[in-house]
Design a protein. Structure first.
Length: 559
């Protein structure tokens, strides 16, 4: 029902802007948009005419300048990196809060904003530093009347300082991976890295943000939007929070970003190779509806999340401006509608617990383990007819970022199939809980890092349920990523007794959807799909014979 309204709004907003309104195309930004600030509060791009991005040390120095000039800043350590660098997040609040307990007592909405998970996409980092400055000392100060804003501008501190040459500006850019050469935005399920472990344990689990925003940059795209946004599209996630983001929040911030900043923004997607394009969808932009991405996985917690990407061919200044614009409107929306957003998330918490307690025992409760994208219908999009193929900047050995034809206004292409509706395609019974043998403590530690409650049996327990028999373990690909695929199936299990010391995950908890997705053997990229169980399967003799998945799925406790 809501998606029908969303489509009407999307089509309405997709048209050309009013002739009375200034829209900034290409690399254009308003003159003097950064404002006037003392030297101590200028970011590195502002100091260098947008030729350079901040090192990790310079980010720390800027945060230090903020806390010396404001009593509304608390600094928390997200993690200490493999190279022994500190990753800070700043908690902005009025009055100052220094703990999640204080934040909860304040009654304010907690919002988390993150940049630089991929340090070659550094515009989010710089935008967040400017945004923090504006919140503490500028026109956005009223946001703190209703919000507690946690900002982590430089999430990948090691990758930020692994510098290489870039095209145009900034001249030097960071690495896409961390010091262990791992992509942090593919670690949302496995939680192998200290960076993602720290994010979950020290921010998500403790502060429980209602909304998470993750800033990125795309490649050399052909569309005409200054920024693209997407929400959590994992079909197993509670629908109400993610529907609210897509149906209500996105249309509002799209209109506000156009009105207040003169920028056109739209859903994070890409087109097919035809002209005119026939489809527009996020899977073309590598945003599959799996949980491997931080913003997608966060939706499994019954919370709201946004990922946004600026076009990579635009100038550094323009990309920073686009992120400042979108983040500002997201924060303004959250300040105005925070209570409504919190209520939706809390209702989702209660609904999943009620569903487990009333329906799981009978086996009628189901949830999705895989999905795809379908069409919402037709939509009008802004596109450039020619591809972006810039040449060397004259007199240099540096390739320019933007082809000349992309500096003007794009064309409005009508009637493109909007392939952005995330739907489930494969489902499985959602049990009352799971039982995990005591020797698999490492698996349990990952669950607890995800904030899934796991207890330990103090006495034997008898249950009835299902066991998954694995006939073959294969390598597959889903959404362009290598994943484990199991051949086999569930078999009803007679009453079975488990000893004291066994780990139990009772799904009558708010993290039920997350626990289900992580532990179901056929979830697209749960613990099995993402390879967490590979060593366990090898120890059980996989490849030589059929084996039983060692996590037991129980529906009923037998007295």
């Amino acid at each position: 029902m809501k998606h029908t309204l969303a489509l009407v709004l999307i089509v309405l907003f997709a048209g050309a802007p009013s002739s009375a309104q200034t829209i900034y195309w290409g690399d254009a930004v308003p003159k003097g948009w950064t404002g006037t600030w003392p030297a101590a509060l200028l970011t590195v791009p502002e100091q260098t005419a947008f030729a350079r991005t901040a090192t990790t040390t310079e980010v720390l120095e800027f945060i230090d300048a903020l806390r010396w000039k404001s009593d509304k800043v608390h600094v928390l350590t997200v993690y200490t990196s493999p190279l022994r660098k500190i990753c800070p997040a700043i908690v902005l609040s009025s009055p100052r809060v220094t703990s999640p307990e204080e934040a909860a007592r304040s009654g304010k909405t907690v919002v988390y904003l993150q940049g630089n998970i991929h340090p070659y996409e550094m515009e989010g980092k710089e935008a967040l530093l400017m945004l923090a400055r504006e919140i503490l000392f500028g026109k956005l100060a009223p946001l703190l009347d209703r919000l507690i804003i946690i900002i982590c501008p430089n999430f990948n501190v090691d990758g930020n300082d692994m510098l290489a040459f870039g095209d145009g500006t900034p001249h030097l850019i960071g690495s896409g991976n961390n010091a262990q050469n791992l992509n942090l935005n593919r670690d949302a399920v496995r939680v192998d890295t200290v960076e993602v472990q720290g994010l979950y344990r020290n921010v998500f689990n403790r502060w429980d943000p209602t909304l998470v925003f993750d800033a990125h940059m795309m490649g050399r795209v052909q569309h005409g939007y200054a920024n693209n946004y997407i929400h959590s599209t994992v079909p197993a996630a509670a629908p109400e929070p993610r529907d609210y983001v897509f149906d209500t929040l996105f249309p509002a911030i799209r209109e506000a970003t156009r009105k207040h900043f003169g920028l056109e923004v739209f859903t994070h997607s890409a087109t097919d190779d035809a002209w005119p394009p026939t489809m527009w969808g996020p899977e073309r932009a590598i945003w599959t509806n799996e949980a491997k991405f931080v913003a997608n996985a966060y939706g499994l917690r019954n919370r709201m999340s946004i990922l946004a990407e600026t076009p990579g061919h635009e100038s550094f200044e323009r990309r920073i401006y686009a992120h400042v614009a979108l983040m500002t409107e997201v924060l303004r929306y959250a300040a105005a509608h925070g209570q409504e957003m919190r209520d939706i998330c809390r209702r989702a918490d209660a609904a999943v617990v009620e569903a487990v307690t009333t329906k799981a025992e009978s086996g009628e409760l189901r949830n999705f383990v895989a999905g795809t994208y379908e069409s919402y219908g037709k939509v009008d999009i802004l596109m450039y007819r020619q591809r972006n193929t810039p040449e060397l900047i004259p007199g240099t050995s540096v390739r320019g970022r933007m082809a000349e034809h992309m500096r003007g206004e794009p064309e409005l292409v009508n009637g493109v199939e909007f392939m952005a509706k995330a739907v489930g395609t494969v489902s499985a019974a959602m049990p009352r809980g799971y039982l995990i043998p005591a020797e698999y403590e490492a698996i349990v530690e990952k669950l607890r890092t995800h904030n899934v409650k796991v207890d330990v049996l103090t006495a034997p327990i008898r249950v009835s349920g299902q066991e998954f028999v694995i006939d073959r373990i294969g390598q597959g690909r889903g959404g362009g990523y290598a994943m484990i695929k199991l051949d086999g199936g569930f078999a009803p299990s007679p009453v079975k007794e488990f000893p004291a010391g066994t780990y139990r995950v009772d799904l009558a908890q708010p993290m039920a959807n997350l626990a289900f997705y992580l532990l179901e053997p056929q979830a697209a990229d749960g613990f099995v799909g993402s390879g967490v169980f590979d060593a366990v399967f090898a120890s059980l003799g996989a490849g030589k014979r059929s084996i039983v998945y060692p996590v037991y799925k129980y529906f009923k406790v037998v007295e």
